[in-house]
Write a new protein. Sequence first.
Length: 235
Amino acid sequence: MNSKRILTEGLLIVWFGIAWAGGAAGQTPSVAEPAAQSAGSAVVVILQDGSSFEVDELREESGRYIYRMGSMQGFLERAEVSAVRQAAASEAAGAGPLALGFTTGHRGLDRLIVEVGAAHQLDPLLIYLVMREESGFNYRAVSRVGARGLMQLMPATARRLGIRNIDNPRENVEAGTRYLRGLIESFGGDVNLALAAYNAGEAAVRRHGWRIPPYPETRRYVWRINTAYRKMKAE
């Protein structure tokens, strides 16, 4: 991938292309027939669009799949699921997402970040860093202005993105990633402006002449993600 340096308001981020080729860690596993879950084993849920994510526990209830990832719980409609299989031994050993050099502390959530990054052609490290800033990986986080979940989506933004349950971890991460990707495209590939818009709102960035708004919180937010991204890419 060709690297592109974007300089905005004195803040530098090295962006390795909006399109991120997921590689081995982001490849979709082969579809298997639904299988019963063994006690204590991880389960891979394969969706109809070919994407997948790993959960600690899965049960079917009233036409839905209820899943658990650590302390997080969410659901999927039965029609959304193509197949379910137990995680392979290599997956259970933790291979894949951890090789990217980051972890949320839960392998299933790490894998989800990789999967949605591949689906939306966005570097999973950027998704990880935004999630860390927004919620600290707390899927029940609610901000003082009402933003919710892992990616801290405002209810109005969630409705615009068409998600049904803002507190559903997978929906929240997928929609937040889609929103971030859309912001990067809206601001001509400038990741700094996209981050500022994610924090302060699109209107604020446009109101200040397509520059990072002069809000201390927003400037610190963009700076922290810039700094962490460069450091982790260099490691």
